[in-house]
Design a protein around this ligand. Sequence first.
Ligand SMILES: [Zn+2]
Length: 253
Amino acid sequence: MGLLTNRVERSGIKPGDHIYTYRAVFAYSHHGIFVGGSKVVHFTRVDTSSSSDFEVYSPTAECPTFPDCGFRQPRSGVVLSCLDCFLRSGSLYCFEYGVSPSVFMAKVRGGTCTTAASDPTDAVVHRAMYLLQNGFGNYDVFQNNCEDFALYCKTGLLTIERVGVGRSGQASSMIGAPLAALLSSPLKLLVPSPVGVAAVTAGMYCMSRYATDIGVRTDVIKVDVEDLAENLGLETTEEVAAENVVSDRQLIR
Ligand SMILES: [Zn+2]
């Protein structure tokens, strides 16, 4: 993978990889965990009442390849899709873990890498499959998005602060967008010493993005996936859960 793009071929990913693709001509990225057998576990928003830009779960036409493609628990936004349905017609990218701070700072877009280290493949796939069965809370309540979901599966890390902005790289990129627009507009010519100001502001933007990276944040904790479902308080009764259990092996084919 190069410095400027994380684009990979399908043959280049392995189970436990955090993958993503761009939707709507780079308007936003959608993330998931590749669990093997051409399947991806990803987090979508079930509730359609909010005006968020993030992915909304929409059962599309029958998947021609896999009958269980699109599997999810009732009211859960965690969905199992085949790679084709996940990507739609987009390109495949692989999210990088354990990058050095200098590489992190050099990345143009937020939400493509982290300085945090990935856990072993087994742990990552286990978390993804467990959350598929037990849910990952409501998209809006905890400001969870698909990137947070994938980051959690990879690292087991969650931010303690659940309210506020800038939890993930994607969110902070959005905050950075008006700033980027300002820097490229003719307005900057009115600012004394535009070059110096632009450089300082861009530097501050990089620093703030770095400060929100889960690899360097101090307010993150490691949470077991078995505890997480409880913490997020998804209302599933024992009976409902038991009724809907589908073995992992059945789903990853
Ligand atoms: Zn499919």
